[in-house]
Design a protein around this ligand. Structure first.
Ligand code: NAP
Length: 254
């Protein structure tokens, strides 16, 4: 028990999680809070009442931050008051959007929106929050990549390009910041039951062919990603740099 507390406790740490309203971001927020971190829940609309309630259930603490990550030109300005009031120890770049259309018809505005949310905002947040981590000589950044950081996917060219870029940026930042005490890593979730995969799960043929290839024999749950995020946010990962950790029920090994 003492071993676990020393290596995985996030007591005294402040974490910012983007896309904290639903799915994987919500599960990671609850996981970090349950491990002791104070969590800044970043969303762009509605409230984050459901996530706040779940964090209350594990006796965690949190507060909300509303920033639209598709409005990349205003993110830096909106971050300023947050950074004046908080030293952020852990940044989880989780927010992401997907848009499906055959490449020949793919809408340019959708291409730009996917790129803005999935990769351009990830660089801006990493730069603005990473700067303080580098100055203090410690910090953890966890980016949410995808199996489409390695594979091409079908009808999702912008998503695939953005997630390859997330893996590349993870390694690039890790190379610069590992010696400064800042660990930058990523998690590549497999097929997880969230809003992001609703269309896939509603397509019976695609859904069956996906399930048939998963050695674990089930789609993943958002909670399956939370433990990996706690690990990469903790002291246990102090010598893990630029790694993309696949959490996929065995898909990539098949
Ligand atoms: P999700 O439930 O749709 O979560 C996406 C989150 O991003 C939502 O909370 C959403 O908020 C937020 N978001 C969207 N646009 C935003 C914006 N402009 N500004 C701020 N926040 C915004 O789906 P998810 O599966 O949990 O996705 C989380 C991450 O995992 C994504 O990066 C996704 O690409 C990645 N991923 C998912 C899977 C999977 O199988 N589910 C697999 C690999 C990777 P609203 O709901 O309020 O719009």
């Amino acid at each position: 028990m003492a071993f676990q507390q020393a290596f995985f406790s996030l007591e005294g740490k402040t974490a910012l999680v983007t896309g904290a309203r639903t799915g994987i971001g919500q599960a990671i927020s609850v996981g970090l809070a349950a491990s002791g971190a104070h969590v800044l829940l970043l969303g762009h609309r509605d409230n984050l009442a459901d996530t706040k309630a779940k964090i209350g259930e594990v006796n965690g603490t949190c507060e909300t931050v509303l920033i639209d990550l598709s409005e990349t030109s205003s993110i830096r300005e909106q971050l300023k008051p947050l950074l004046e009031n908080h030293e952020i120890d852990i940044l989880v770049n989780n927010a992401g959007v997907i848009y499906r259309e055959p490449a020949v018809d793919f809408d340019e505005n959708e291409w730009n929106r996917v790129m803005d949310v999935n990769i351009n905002s990830v660089f801006i947040l990493s730069q603005e929050i990473g700067r303080g981590m580098v100055e203090r000589g410690s910090g953890k950044i966890v980016n949410i990549a995808s199996l489409l950081s390695f594979q091409g996917g079908v009808f999702v060219p912008a998503y695939t390009a953005s997630k390859h870029a997330v893996a590349g940026l993870t390694k690039a930042l890790a190379n610069e910041w590992a010696a400064k005490g800042v660990q930058v890593n990523a998690i590549a979730p497999g097929y997880i039951e969230t809003n992001n995969t609703e269309a896939l799960r509603n397509d019976q043929d695609r859904s069956k062919s996906i399930l048939d290839r998963i050695p674990a024999g089930r789609w993943g749950a958002a909670d399956d990603i939370a433990g990996a995020a706690v690990f990469l946010s903790s002291k246990a990962a102090d010598y893990v740099n630029g790694h993309v950790l696949v959490v996929d029920g065995g898909w990539m090994g098949r």
